[in-house]
Ligand binder design. Structure first.
Ligand SMILES: [Zn+2]
Length: 119
């Protein structure tokens, strides 16, 4: 069942709310995800609300530049990203490791994505 979770970057400049059931948590081996250690869950844009820090966000693009990574300008933590799937629909990829209302080891990845070879 989807619940509202809260999350933030490390320094707290960027904060958000997301409605998710956390049933799918993805670990990806692409050059970016592997280095930063993000675990992602995907939601529709309506399920994600930035509650603080729009001006504190730095956008980062790489490779095909189709995925927009949003990092805090101060602490560098990526809270979320945005990208279109094969159907052209934009989804928000939320960094599960930024959720502040779950115990750190209570969620682990449920799937691995071979982004290194598929992005
Ligand atoms: Zn920050």
């Amino acid at each position: 069942m989807a619940e509202t979770h809260t999350g933030s970057c490390h320094c707290g400049a960027v904060a958000f709310e997301v409605e998710t059931d956390l049933e799918m948590v993805m670990e990806c081996n692409c050059t970016h995800c592997f280095r930063t250690g993000v675990w992602l869950t995907f939601v529709e844009p309506e399920a994600f609300r930035l509650t603080k820090g729009e001006e504190a966000i730095q956008e980062y693009l790489f490779n095909t530049r189709k995925i927009r990574h949003f990092l805090c300008k101060t602490c560098g933590v990526e809270t979320h990203g945005e990208g279109a799937g094969p159907d052209g629909k934009v989804n928000v990829a939320v960094n599960v490791r930024c959720l502040s209302d779950i115990a750190p080891f209570s969620v682990t990845p449920t799937m691995r994505f071979d982004g290194l070879h598929q992005i």
